[in-house]
Design a protein around this ligand. Structure first.
Ligand code: FES
Length: 187
């Protein structure tokens, strides 16, 4: 238990240091609150509480206001998210054109009982309200990419594409580290 508490405090310390590094790039004014939060979100894939406290103190903005901004915008998350954020639009146009079936298929393929993050932290699934491109309904947004006219049939291929990218990235990382560790050839 003591060890767990120690780990948490080490992590919190590292988080605060990273938040301080982000803050160094900005004038510490309230106007920079959103860009600062965006950078922290990019770094951690979510907004850790110690970082929010640090930002609140540095910008002299009440913590409640920082939390309000952090929860108002869809692009921010207070929980850790996976490598890919999948936002299934459940607005009216998408809903009537089959979004619930698309969501159901995604959850089944990722073995998630409800929207959330997969165990391997590869995907986080969320439902959102209209994302502003109703003409393309039903719409799925993965990170910054919008997938129009989604259907159950398209889900598996799309997931495979992201999984393959991850495998290729992992293979590349292994290849690079094996190369770095290989002994220099003798002259
Ligand atoms: S309802 Fe889905 S984009 Fe508008």
């Amino acid at each position: 238990m003591a060890k767990e508490a120690e780990t948490i405090s080490v992590n919190a310390h590292a988080t605060i240091e990273s938040a301080e590094a982000v803050l160094e790039h900005y004038d510490e004014t309230r106007d920079n609150l959103i860009p600062i939060l965006q950078e922290i979100q990019e770094e951690f894939h979510y907004l850790p509480e110690p970082a929010l406290r640090q930002v609140s103190e540095a910008l002299n903005v009440p913590l409640t206001e920082v939390f309000h901004v952090a929860t108002f915008y869809n692009c921010f998350s207070l929980e850790p998210v996976g490598d890919h954020l999948m936002q299934v639009c459940m607005g009216t146009a998408c809903h009537v054109r089959g979004a619930p079936r698309v969501l159901d298929r995604i959850l089944r393929d990722l073995k998630l009982p409800v929207a959330g993050t997969t165990e391997d932290r590869q995907f986080t699934v969320r439902t959102v309200r209209c994302i502003g491109c109703c003409g393309l309904a039903p719409v799925l947004r993965v990170d910054a990419n919008t997938h129009p006219a989604m259907s159950q049939a398209k889900v598996r291929g799309m997931l495979k594409k992201y999984q393959k990218r991850r495998e290729a990235k992992e293979a590349e990382t292994i290849r690079v580290s094996a190369k770095e560790e290989a002994p220099e050839p003798e002259e």
